[in-house]
Design a binder for this molecule. Structure first.
Ligand SMILES: *[C@@H]1O[C@H](CO)[C@@H](O)[C@H](O)[C@H]1NC(C)=O
Ligand SMILES: *[C@@H]1O[C@H](CO)[C@@H](O)[C@H](O)[C@H]1NC(C)=O
Ligand SMILES: *[C@@H]1O[C@H](CO)[C@@H](O)[C@H](O)[C@H]1NC(C)=O
Ligand SMILES: *[C@@H]1O[C@H](CO)[C@@H](O)[C@H](O)[C@H]1NC(C)=O
Length: 404
């Protein structure tokens, strides 16, 4: 009985040691940065942490690895801002790790990192990153340029569709009589999007096709802006040893908008099978999921498609399974990291006003004449020849000449 009790004590002691390490050390709770911001909007960049028994030394914010904010409680003032493009901090509203930017511009886009460090004797550091993208919606519908009041039957209708500046660039489409012109059609010419004004993109798409045989056609241009952003799940670190660090529970437990990973263990031995699911938060259109092992995208043979969870409002949560046998190559320094990303896209469409392209009545008669008989040539040709191009005039003259 006695020795049994002793063993029990030892076991409790070991658990306590693990728990002490797990709970009573500096922890990052959340790095909250919006994934998408419309240019000009204000943002909060919030970094929350648990010091536990430690003392705060500093909080630092970086954008694309460049420091722009530092909070050191013993300094006076404790908060300090460094100049960086796209960073506009209102210090009066910011405190500690939470900073307020009353406005944003295209240079505000980037990867934001918050780094929290503790004082001696522990000198712990925890950090987390989030990506912020800046979008700009086009201010107007796309425009159709280059229309002529009338087209001759043998004319080429040559039109340009131009989008209002946006970020990201708009993808343009032409619709002729309501039918989309194939993106690879030789009737289209798509020059690269022009970056103007800086940070915004103007797209153009040219359409050239013969003037309509039957008098009229309707053309319309559509601008599509796919505002996609990718959210990362928490990274799960799996070890192959019982003494390994276990972050299965998540260092950052309030990543409310990212996808979540379920069904895994924190520890696997070589030869065991990892069988996990990644579930996106609900959205419409549904999110696209990707799996990564040690930052490398997983090969399709290990991916298990799963039915989505459909909600009553039409929204869906995409689910994607991952299943593979653990090999020793999966472990780097006794650790294997699993991560899943969800790409959400919001597609915005804007359509130009439809434009009617019309072939002038008398020019159509011309063709009729050419095709059918020469008897009516004289009168009709003589009037229309006056307005046509040099080459056509030459043709008309020939016709007239022969019919005299
Ligand atoms: C960020 O922190 C500020 C001030 O602490 C708070 O007002 C704001 O709601 C927080 N925003 C988010 C998204 O957590
Ligand atoms: C169409 O218009 C563009 C731009 O104005 C011009 O470069 C091109 O040569 C024109 N093509 C035809 C077939 O007229
Ligand atoms: C974990 O994996 C590493 C690398 O494959 C290996 O060196 C180590 O012995 C393994 N540890 C255990 C407990 O299996
Ligand atoms: C993954 O989801 C499917 C349902 O789509 C479920 O049957 C399976 O048990 C889940 N696997 C894990 C490991 O949670």
């Amino acid at each position: 009985m006695r020795s049994h009790g002793y063993k029990h004590m030892v076991a409790v002691g070991m658990i306590l040691a693990v728990v002490t390490q797990g709970v009573l050390s500096l922890k990052l709770r959340d790095v909250s940065v919006p994934a998408v911001v419309i240019k000009g909007d204000d943002v909060w960049l919030n970094c929350t942490y648990d010091l536990e028994k430690e003392t705060l030394y500093s909080i630092k914010w970086h954008k694309n690895n460049i420091e722009f904010y530092r909070y050191i409680p013993v300094n006076s003032p404790p908060g300090q801002v460094y100049d960086l493009e796209g960073i506009h901090i209102d210090l009066t509203r910011s405190s500690e790790g939470n900073i307020y930017m009353p406005t944003t511009d295209v240079n505000s886009e980037g990867i934001y990192r918050c780094e929290v460090s503790s004082e001696a004797p522990i000198f712990g550091t925890v950090k987390g990153e989030r990506e912020l993208r800046i979008y700009v919606n086009p201010s107007t519908k796309p425009q159709i340029l280059g229309t002529k009041p009338h087209y001759d039957i043998s004319d080429i209708v040559n039109l340009t569709c131009k989008s209002a500046p946006s970020r990201p660039a708009a993808f343009l489409k032409w619709l002729v009589n309501g039918v989309e012109v194939e993106p690879r059609s030789h009737q289209l010419y798509r020059p690269p999007a022009l970056e103007y004004p800086p940070g915004l993109f103007t797209s153009t798409l040219m359409l050239s096709l013969p003037a309509p045989y039957h008098g009229k056609m309707s053309v319309q241009c559509e601008a599509i802006i796919s505002q996609a952003h990718t959210l990362r799940s928490e990274e799960i670190t799996i070890t192959n040893s019982t003494r390994g660090r276990n972050s299965m529970a998540g260092d950052i437990d309030s990543m409310t908008d990212g996808p979540s990973i379920s069904g895994g263990k924190s520890e696997y031995q070589v030869g065991e099978t990892v069988d996990v699911n990644c579930t996106a938060t609900k959205s419409q259109p549904p999110a696209e999921l990707h799996w990564y092992i040690n930052d490398k995208e997983v090969r399709p043979e290990h991916i298990v498609p799963r039915p989505p969870i459909v909600y009553s409002g039409g929204e869906e949560s995409t689910v994607l399974g991952l299943r593979f046998e653990v090999r020793s190559r999966h472990f780097q320094k006794n650790e294997m990291r699993l991560r899943c990303t969800a790409t959400l896209s919001e597609v915005k469409k804007m359509t130009s006003e439809p434009i009617e392209v019309e072939t002038a009545e008398q020019q159509r008669s011309d063709l009729h004449v050419d095709q059918v008989n020469a008897e009516s040539v004289q009168s009709k040709s003589s009037t229309s020849c006056l307005t046509t191009t040099l080459i056509k005039s030459f043709l008309c003259i020939l016709i007239l000449w022969s019919s005299v």
